[in-house]
Design a binder for this molecule. Structure first.
Ligand code: HH2
Length: 256
C-alpha cells in the first residue's frame, strides 16, 4: 500500500502533495513503482496533530480520489469521519482505512452498507496526546483483544470477515518497546483469522533506532517492512514503494 498524504502537516511528507494534481501524480508514480493499493489521507494523525474538519478533509481527499479513478490500483481512503467514508465510497473508494477502527458514531453503518474493504487499526488515546504516556500491562494481548472486539462489532454490523483487515497501529499510543513487542508478535494477530496490515514507514521509532531524520529513513523503513512481512503481515503501508518492492522481490524469491 502506497501512502499519499494530501495534507500540509503529515510527519512524513507534509506539504509535498497538498495540491490535488500533485497528489494524483504522486499516486500514479507509486502505482508505476508497484503499489498494489493507494491510501489517500486528508488528515495527519501524527502525534500532536489536531483534528481536521469534515469540509476541509473532503476538499483535500475527494478531488484526488476522483482524479485517480481507473489508475490501475484499488483506492483506500484514510479517514475516521463517517461523512467522508460515505462520500468516498460513493466516489469509488475500494477501502476505508480508519485509525479509530470504525468507532465514530455511524462509521460501522457507513461501511456496512457498501461492499468495500476496511482496515481496523488500534490506537491508544487520540493523536493529540497519544504519545504522552502510552501504558499497557501486556501490549500484545490488549491490542489483539481490542482488534478482536472491533472485528466482532464490524461483523455484527453486517461487514463480512473477508472484507476486513486489522492493523496494530505502530506508533499510535506506543513506545518503541511496545512497537517492537508488537512487531515480534505479529503472528499472534494472524490467530484472528483476518488479513493483517502494518504501517512502520518512516515512523519515529525508526528514527530512535537509527538516529536518522524522517527524510532519511528509507533503509530503516524497508527493513521494518520486511520484518513485518516475515512475521505475518500481508499488507505493508509504505511511502517508499520502489525500494520496498525490490526488497520484497528478493524476499519472495528466497522464500518461495
Ligand atoms: N499510520 C499513519 C496513518 N494512517 N493507517 C494504518 N492503517 N496504519 C498506520 O500505521 C497508519 C495509518 C501515519 O503515517 P502518515 O500517513 O505517513 O502520517 P500522518 O498521519 O502524519 O499523515
Amino acid at each position: 500500500m502506497g501512502v499519499v498524504n494530501v495534507t500540509p502537516d503529515s510527519f512524513s511528507d507534509g506539504g509535498q502533495f497538498s495540491d490535488p494534481r500533485q497528489a494524483a501524480a504522486h499516486a500514479r508514480r507509486l502505482v508505476d513503482e508497484g503499489a498494489s493499493i493507494i491510501d489517500i489521507g486528508g488528515e495527519s494523525t501524527r502525534p500532536g496533530a489536531a483534528p481536521v474538519g469534515l469540509e476541509e478533509e473532503r476538499r483535500r481527499v475527494l478531488p484526488v480520489l476522483e482524479a485517480l479513478a481507473g489508475c490501475g490500483a484499488p483506492l483506500s481512503v484514510d479517514t475516521r469521519q463517517p461523512g467522508l467514508m460515505r462520500e468516498a465510497i460513493a466516489a469509488g473508494a475500494d477501502m476505508v482505512n480508519d485509525v479509530t477502527a470504525l468507532s465514530a458514531p455511524g462509521a460501522l453503518e457507513a461501511v456496512a452498507r457498501a461492499d468495500c474493504a476496511v482496515c481496523l487499526m488500534h490506537m491508544q488515546g487520540d493523536p493529540r496526546t497519544m504519545q504522552h504516556h502510552p501504558a499497557y500491562q501486556d501490549v500484545v494481548r490488549e491490542v489483539r483483544d481490542y482488534l478482536a472486539g472491533r472485528v466482532a462489532a464490524a461483523v455484527a454490523a453486517g461487514i463480512a470477515r473477508d472484507r476486513i483487515v486489522v492493523d496494530p497501529g505502530f506508533g499510535f499510543g506506543k513506545t518503541v518497546d511496545h512497537n517492537l513487542a508488537l512487531l515480534r508478535s505479529l503472528g499472534k494477530f494472524r490467530q484472528l483469522g483476518i488479513g493483517l496490515m502494518a504501517g512502520l514507514s518512516r515512523k519515529a521509532m525508526l528514527g530512535k533506532i537509527t538516529g536518522r531524520e524522517v527524510g532519511d529513513r528509507v533503509h530503516a523503513s524497508v527493513a521494518a517492512a520486511l520484518a513485518a512481512i516475515e512475521n505475518g503481515a500481508q499488507i505493508v503501508r509504505v511511502h517508499d514503494v520502489a525500494a520496498t518492492r525490490d526488497a520484497l522481490a528478493v524476499w519472495n524469491a528466497v522464500n518461495k
